[in-house]
Design a protein around this ligand. Sequence first.
Ligand SMILES: Cc1cc2nc3c(=O)[nH]c(=O)nc-3n(C[C@H](O)[C@H](O)[C@H](O)COP(=O)(O)O)c2cc1C
Length: 205
Amino acid sequence: MGYGHVIIGITGASGAPYALRTIRLLAECGVQVHVAATTMGRRLLVEECGIKSLDAPTLVGDDGLAELVHIHRDSDMGACIASGSFQHDGMAIVPCSSNTLGHLAGGLTNSLVHRAAAVTLKERRRLVVGHRETPLSKIDIGNMATLSDAGAIITPLTPGFYLQPESIQDLVDFMAARIVDLLGVVHDLPVRWKGTLTHLGQHEC
Ligand SMILES: Cc1cc2nc3c(=O)[nH]c(=O)nc-3n(C[C@H](O)[C@H](O)[C@H](O)COP(=O)(O)O)c2cc1C
């Protein structure tokens, strides 16, 4: 049995490959994925992934997953995901810019990504914020604290190295898997630390 619906917001921070992998992984798990991207989110899809057209086959390919991916225009404040009446299982903003972080912390919603996230919070649904910027200003840190207090999960896009990644794709997979974990969707990407420290005589889980 598949999961229900998840929303992915893409904004103009570096990390568009994380967005693509997260969307694909969710679709592979049978999730209906609703996608909205800010203007700068679309720009970063072009700059980092060469994606010029925001449509389902371009995002996940033509191998049957595209029918699970629903694209919404960021200017369409009348899209279903703008309403609290839309039943979904969570939203992730990946990558999340400091600009969008500030909008959300201030309760400002002048784009569909912002509105869908604000609604997710007010409806007490899961909101995962994959922020990316470095270094962080005190304003960013304060905005994260505000959003965390409001119920969001702040997950900086910082992949771990303990699985000894061999490629950029391994790092992207690590972070996408973490986001999908936080959305409560079960997947089978092999990204789990098993406690293997055989040289110290310890055991795998
Ligand atoms: C190539 C490029 C990379 C960027 N990377 C980041 C980033 O990592 N984090 C960030 O907060 N802003 C980044 N920005 C700036 C944002 O795109 C900018 O603040 C924009 O207003 C964000 O708008 P949005 O939140 O509506 O997507 C980047 C911009 C460009 C052109």
